[in-house]
Design a protein around this ligand. Structure first.
Ligand code: GLA
Length: 391
């Protein structure tokens, strides 16, 4: 379903549920990170793009004037949540409503009165696939509140508000990348984001001869477990041992010099982050210059580093990357790597457009043979960030 069809579908579901057409329709995309993994919370660079998979909300002022509630209905899972917005919003049930609750609380903390709304929503961002389905939901909620109140907030503040919702209401101490790209992605572009200054540079990615392929291992990733926060703590410990505010301020040379003073695991974690920040800046340069071979090489190097030094890959992700590597340039694959937090989820590949079908078939078949699992593979052009479709 493209965005137009999805919006029409959610509007029709709204009509079915509430008996009249919606006044507002908003959308926010998921994302795939091309390179720059586990660098955002180290003040480094990331290079994500918004994908053509979205959370969409259709809404109108609540028909029940007596109840000051934000009533939200998930049209796919056929489940609703009612959030009383006349009091400070706290965590609650169902679990997914916390992404929405967290954003509402963020607006309340800014002194914003939240209108009572009836909402229908649906998301086509795969859940647990490492494509930021939660950031899409958070940014979509923030965009809906902007539309319904007629008040836009500063874009970076909006991103920070959505990130805080993830920290405080979902218990995931994520970096800034996911909410940033969901809010501020631009069609036809990757976004080179400096996570220290929040400055961005658009990197055009509209050469029709290359395509971004997303390969979902269908192994669910769960980032609220202990591994992801542990990586964040280890990065911070490495920066401390190096005497710098964050690993952004360290270099391969300063790290090598401090090697003897550091725990071996902490050393490898830092080596990944420092190398990945450099690779990300180089990859952005390569993509600008349409040097796909060099960009692809950096993607493979990123994967190896995430697998061996940062240890956030898994057998299935490694299998996808090996299959892609075996297809090679001749078969149309420039590069491939795990994307997102890791421990399952998706791989991203940079491939020749005219070989997409053959590559898709080959990866799906070999992956099934080697793991017994069906992968879900799709391509996406770089999409636009959050949008108000109606209202
Ligand atoms: C998750 C987090 C992001 C980022 C990635 C790893 O997706 O939400 O902030 O840290 O992991 O790059």
């Amino acid at each position: 379903m493209n965005l137009k069809e999805l919006a029409a579908h959610v509007a029709a579901e709204f009509q079915k549920k509430y008996g009249h057409p919606p006044r507002w329709i908003v959308a926010a995309p998921g994302r795939v990170n091309v390179i720059g993994e586990h660098t955002d919370y180290n003040d480094g660079f990331v290079l994500p793009m918004a994908i053509e998979r979205y959370a969409v909300m259709a809404a109108d002022s609540s028909s029940l004037s007596s109840s000051p509630s934000f009533s939200i209905y998930d049209t796919h899972f056929k489940e609703g949540a009612t959030i009383d917005v006349s009091i400070p919003v706290t965590k609650g049930q169902p679990k997914w409503s916390n992404y929405i609750r967290g954003v509402i609380a963020g607006f309340q903390n800014r002194g914003q009165k939240i209108p009572a709304l009836d909402v229908a929503f649906m998301s086509t961002v795969p859940l647990g696939g490492g494509l930021s389905s939660s950031a899409a939901l958070e940014v979509c909620t923030a965009t809906l509140i902007e539309a319904a109140t007629g008040r836009n907030i500063d874009p970076v503040e909006k991103v920070l508000l959505a990130q805080k919702a993830e920290h405080d209401f979902a218990g995931m101490p994520c970096g800034i990348m996911d909410q940033f790209i969901s809010a501020l992605g631009r069609e036809g572009h990757l976004l080179l984001l400096d996570c220290r200054s929040c400055q961005t540079e658009l990197v055009p990615m509209n050469d029709p001869s290359v395509t971004i392929l997303i390969i979902n291992t269908n192994v669910k990733h769960e980032l609220t477990g202990s591994e992801w926060p542990t990586r964040r703590r280890q990065s911070e410990a490495a920066a401390k041992a190096l005497g710098v505010p964050s690993l952004r301020d360290a270099t391969s040379e300063t790290l090598e010099r401090a090697k003897e003073k550091m725990d071996e695991v902490i050393f490898r974690r830092a080596r990944h982050v420092i190398g990945e920040i450099e690779r990300t800046v180089h990859a952005a340069r390569d993509i600008r210059a349409s040097d796909w071979i060099s960009a692809g090489r950096l993607m493979y190097a990123s994967h190896a580093s995430l697998r061996d030094d940062y240890e956030v890959s898994c057998k299935e992700l490694d299998t996808v990357v090996e299959i892609a590597g075996a297809i090679g340039h001749k078969g149309g694959v420039y590069g491939c790597r795990m994307t997102g937090g890791g421990f399952g989820g998706c791989a991203v590949a940079l491939v020749k457009t005219d070989a997409v079908d053959a590559i898709t078939k080959k990866i799906a078949a070999d992956y099934k043979i080697k793991t017994g699992i069906e992968a879900a593979i799709f391509s996406s052009r770089p999409a636009s960030g959050a949008t108000i479709i109606k209202g």
